[in-house]
Design a protein around this ligand. Structure first.
Ligand SMILES: [Ca+2]
Ligand SMILES: [Ca+2]
Length: 310
């Protein structure tokens, strides 16, 4: 017990030192040090925020109510209006460091009627679990209401909520089960891509969240991570032609480019920061419907498929 406690303290100190000079904030079992991440909350839910870097900070909220619980922690209560959104700002009292977070107040899953939120069909989530870790397969507690007004809001520094909406038919609003760990993992993948000399501003999300209804319609497996919001099929697309780029620089674009992208993600999997983001990684070849891509998810345990060496 004592050893566990000491190791947890050591981790926090190591992370704080690594980000020295920036603000590091913990909330909801997460820790962020960059602006642009989103906080997903149920209406009226209280969230504890804690400053984990040195110094003191002030906390400002465009929505909801905030009270300081110490000089480095706050209790913020989300607005009661589901579907609303706003921002939080944590600023260092000395220096210029500021951390801006976006807020999405979820539509509670309990508001679904006949498998729908409004006109948008979601359908029931499968019961049970294909694995002993049942918590990974619990239905989402709520959904982000994505509209033309908020689709361009960031959920992480380089990704917007609109990139993750299901391709199923229907008008706005659409609904997305949030996957904060997935978004952190995609940021890490993007950094790995940039480290290889590809100046991508984001990754192309071919498929992000899928409702159980849509997932079944396209014939996918029942417990697909896409229905839990923590999976995405992605590729690098700097030239913006909605097709994978030539990542291994061999003059052709094929499955070896997807395998190259998978290799880059695997190459950073030893990073302790990625350990809580562990999950699935699959390589897919092109078909007549799509180009090569990789599947990435943060299901919490290792799953690999389609990986290959060239
Ligand atoms: Ca391309
Ligand atoms: Ca290639």
């Amino acid at each position: 017990m004592r050893a566990l406690f000491l190791s947890a303290v050591a981790n926090i100190i190591a992370i704080t030192v690594a980000y020295s000079g920036e603000l590091v904030v913990g909330f909801q079992d997460r820790q962020v040090s960059e602006s642009g991440y989103a906080v997903f909350v149920l209406p009226g839910e209280a969230v504890e925020f804690e400053l984990r870097s040195a110094g003191s900070a002030r906390f400002a909220a465009s929505v909801g109510e905030v009270e300081a619980t110490s000089d480095s922690s706050w209790r913020w209560v989300a607005p009661s209006e589901s579907g609303s959104f706003g921002s939080l700002s944590i600023s260092a009292l000395s220096g210029t460091a500021t951390l801006q977070l976006n807020v999405f107040v979820l539509i509670p899953a309990s508001e679904m009627q006949n498998g729908r939120v409004g006109d948008f069909r979601i359908d029931n989530y499968p019961s049970g679990s294909p694995r002993p870790d049942v918590s990974t397969y619990l239905p989402p507690l709520g959904f982000v209401e994505v509209t033309e007004a908020n689709r361009d809001i960031n959920i992480s520094p380089h990704f917007q909520i609109g990139q993750f909406v299901s391709k199923q038919e229907g008008d706005w609003p659409k609904y997305v089960a949030p996957g904060p760990k997935l978004y952190e993992k995609l940021e890490q993948l993007l950094y790995a891509v940039r480290d290889q000399g590809f100046a991508a501003e984001t990754l192309h999300i071919m498929s992000g969240y899928r409702t159980p209804y849509y997932n079944r319609a396209i014939g996918n497996v029942q417990f697909s991570r896409h229905i839990y919001g923590d999976a995405a099929d992605v590729f690098v697309d700097i030239d913006n032609d909605v097709y994978m780029d030539d990542l291994n620089r061999d003059g052709v674009i094929n499955v070896t480019d997807a395998a190259t992208m998978a290799k880059w993600l695997e190459s950073i999997s030893d990073d302790p920061a990625l350990e809580p983001l562990e999950g699935g990684l699959g390589v897919y070849d092109s078909t007549q419907y799509h180009g090569p891509f990789i599947h990435v998810d943060s299901r919490g345990h290792v799953a690999r498929w389609g990986l290959r060496e060239f």
